[in-house]
Design a protein around this ligand. Structure first.
Ligand code: HAM
Length: 416
């Protein structure tokens, strides 16, 4: 029978790469908690309406990219393409907005989009993100943007640029859009087919086009920031001032509208140098109207999501070794020592060390090779059960030491 492979665009993440994912997620989650965010889990699928109403029925994700299916009772469900609309749905559903505000939540979750797979773009991918609901900002905007920048910095990523924009609220956009459409109509013959369609369906999305000729045209397009009302302008100016105070460097990018239709005012994006077309490591923005679109009361919100797959690619591109390895590999010198090795491994694990040993009956040499492959920092040799000392080899230096049995845990924990 032919073997079965994973669906296209839905890769298995295997060791050692999975170790990089794990480290990225852990560092982000630690930081999110340090900023006062608490975890939320929402289901991997939702009623399709959550996305049709939240992301707007005409948006690219809803029209082209959703994994939508009917369940056995004929209800339309959709695998989540993003995490923000489901979280707002859950907040309304459980009345969290009637409690103390802001509500600060974080998540680590797989997202599903029917996109054309390429390096850094998959159909199933992992995001970590935060959402802060209940405060109109700009202080919370500054915190959220700074948290995103801090998370990427904590990963040791160099050459990440923060792009920042404000796209105003619907009234500002109502004044701006006719100007943009007028410009696009004038330059229509220079636009790709997709953008020509967007002139009527969703003109802001023409800023997302990757075709170089279109991008050149869009460099001359009217800027949303020139159409902001006094309140939105003030919000944006205050945010920039706060980011300056926090020492967060950013580039103003009036073309940054981002690919989701719920955004209002602040939008931002973290872009890596040298990652090819899919160079956005993460991004987010404010979504002050989303709660009402989903049937809730007024509830302003802001958040971001980081793409774990793209961050892992960027780290690998920097030559970062995949983390992994073990504190200790226990090697047995002779059959009689096997149960002693098992017992020792169990004790050391209970002591908080990561420990493994060979279960395939290899000889001493083979066990040392296995220790090397496992990335073990130390090897402990278990031989004569009566012996009062054990041999510990430092795998990096090759040095060996005889360590009294009762001092072994302390010796290994101390990095000896
Ligand atoms: P997004 O820009 O659609 O925003 O996705 C955020 C990040 O997820 C992207 O910057 C990218 O790193 C990663 N990503 C997106 N699509 C793919 C893909 N097909 N393959 C691999 N990685 C991908 C959101 O999802 C919003 N929910 C963010 C947000 C939170 N806004 C407010 N709060």
């Amino acid at each position: 029978m032919p073997s079965i492979q994973a669906p296209r665009g839905a890769p298995d993440i295997l060791p050692p790469r999975s170790g990089t994912y794990e480290r990225v997620v852990r560092r982000c989650e630690d930081l999110f908690r340090a900023y006062g965010y608490r975890r939320i889990e929402t289901p991997a699928f939702e009623h399709t309406e959550v996305f049709e109403r939240g992301l707007e029925a005409g948006s690219d994700i809803v029209v082209k990219e959703m994994y939508t299916f009917a369940d056995r009772k004929g209800r339309s469900l959709t695998l989540r393409p993003e995490g923000t609309a489901p979280i707002v749905r859950a907040v309304i559903d459980h009345g969290l907005d009637r409690g103390s505000l802001p509500i600060k939540l974080y998540y680590t979750a797989s997202m599903f989009r029917y996109e054309r797979p390429q390096a850094g773009r998959q159909r199933a991918f992992l995001q970590v993100g935060v959402e802060a609901l209940g405060s109109p900002g700009p202080e919370i905007d500054a915190e959220v943007v700074e948290l995103g920048a801090a998370a990427l910095r904590a990963m040791g990523l160099s050459a990440v640029n923060l792009h920042l924009n404000s796209i105003g609220h619907p009234v500002c956009r109502g004044r701006y859009l006719p100007e943009l459409v007028g410009f696009l109509e004038e330059r229509r013959s220079e636009l790709c087919g997709d953008c020509r369609r967007k002139v009527t369906t969703n003109p802001l999305r023409t800023f997302d086009c990757k075709v170089e000729r279109d991008r050149e045209v869009m460099r001359h397009a009217p800027r949303i920031t020139d159409y902001l009302c006094a309140e939105c302008r003030g919000h944006f100016d205050d945010l920039q001032g706060l980011l300056g105070d926090l020492g967060v460097a950013f580039t103003l990018d009036p073309r940054l509208v981002r690919g989701l239709d719920y955004y209002t005012r602040t939008t931002f994006s973290f872009v890596a140098a040298g990652l090819g077309a899919q160079n956005e490591l993460g991004g987010g923005g404010r979504y002050d109207g989303l709660s009402e679109q989903l049937g809730g009361g007024p509830l302003p919100g802001i958040g971001f999501a980081l793409g774990v797959d793209r961050i892992a690619l960027a780290l690998e591109g920097q030559g970062e070794p995949s983390p992994g390895g073990l504190d200790v590999f226990v090697v047995t010198d002779g059959q009689a020592a096997c149960s002693g090795a098992l017992l020792l491994a169990s004790k050391l694990r209970a002591d908080g060390l990561s420990v493994d040993l060979d279960y395939t009956g290899r000889g001493l040499k083979g066990q040392f090779r296995a220790a090397d492959r496992a990335g073990a920092r130390r090897v402990v040799v278990v031989g004569d059960p009566e012996a009062s000392t054990l041999t510990v080899r430092n795998m990096a230096t090759g040095e060996e030491a005889e360590v009294p049995a009762q001092e072994l845990g302390a010796h290994l924990r101390g990095g000896g």
